[in-house]
Design a protein around this ligand. Sequence first.
Ligand code: SF4
Length: 371
Amino acid sequence: MKYIDEYRDASNARRIADEIRRVTTGPHAIMEVCGGQTHAIVKFGIDELLPPAIELIHGPGCPVCVTPVELIDKAIAIARQPDAVFCSFGDMLRVPGSRDDLFRAKASGADVRIVYSPLDALNLAKNNPGKQVVFFAVGFETTAPANALAVFQAHQSNIENFSILCSHVLVPPAMEAILSSPDCRVNGFLAAGHVCTIMGYTEYEPLAKKYNVPIVVTGFEPLDILHGVLLCVRQLEEGRAEVENQYARSVSREGNRHAQRLIETVYQIAPRGWRGIGTIARSGLALRPPFDRYDAERRFDVSEIVAHESEDCISGLVLRGVKKPRECPAFGTRCTPDHPLGAPMVSGEGACAAYYRYKQSEPAVLAGPCA
Ligand code: SF4
């Protein structure tokens, strides 16, 4: 696997882990923001390579997990409208709403379809003029440009039977919400490399300064994550709090200006509810005029829906890094991937799913010899 094995090499992993041990006096709690990094950490046993003085805390970076229950309920209500075709990525179908999920809505006759891109949904609208096609636009800054492009193209082609249910969330305001919370234990962050590929990392610089916390832009392979931890620990040990870029092969300080312009053209900053966490000011994207005519919440009458979150699920505490999945009383008993109580047990990036999948068995072995 050219270009993958290099980042999973066991002897290099051991070398970086040794260096982390050498420089650590600690204790340090480092939060990885992205659920993709959480899965890599648990899958490859990276947390077990680190000295006890370093704790990795899992953050809120799973867009499926943070989509509020209310929007799942609205998605189900829209999917059940006559002539509606509701399109979504597969992960969202099994995320529990107040009473139902999209999968059960589909089983009971709603036209719910799994697509692989928002442009698939737009094409479906073009080919089915008698249907109202809705795309569930979920994700962080990473998916926003592609979803913005679909809306932009619909607007340019004057396609009237396409809309999006918008649930975009932004990473820096979530990090600030965590840092300003009284129960915050985070000393340093591994920022999500793919988000920074789009947005760059200038937004993180004021956060690092204001909260005196190092932020290391980090990739997703095991060596990326170990290297990110090393850079973060070095800063903590030296009393520095800067933004550093471990993922320079993909990320520049300014990011992708074309993608940013597309986001700015189609969306505006808005408050956004986060599942289990609550509303965070300026933490989401909403369609701006004239593109707001593609807002599914305006097109369908779903404003009266009142959601109820499961009282058994502590996903808010898990997503803020206050608790680990195993500390949830329902983990692995009343909550499993087959019968999830909360989104983190369903999503391919959810922390509870990662623990359920990998923490019950031996971690995957990094490539090459490892003592
Ligand atoms: S184990 Fe299940 S119930 Fe507990 S926090 Fe995770 S998703 Fe929620």
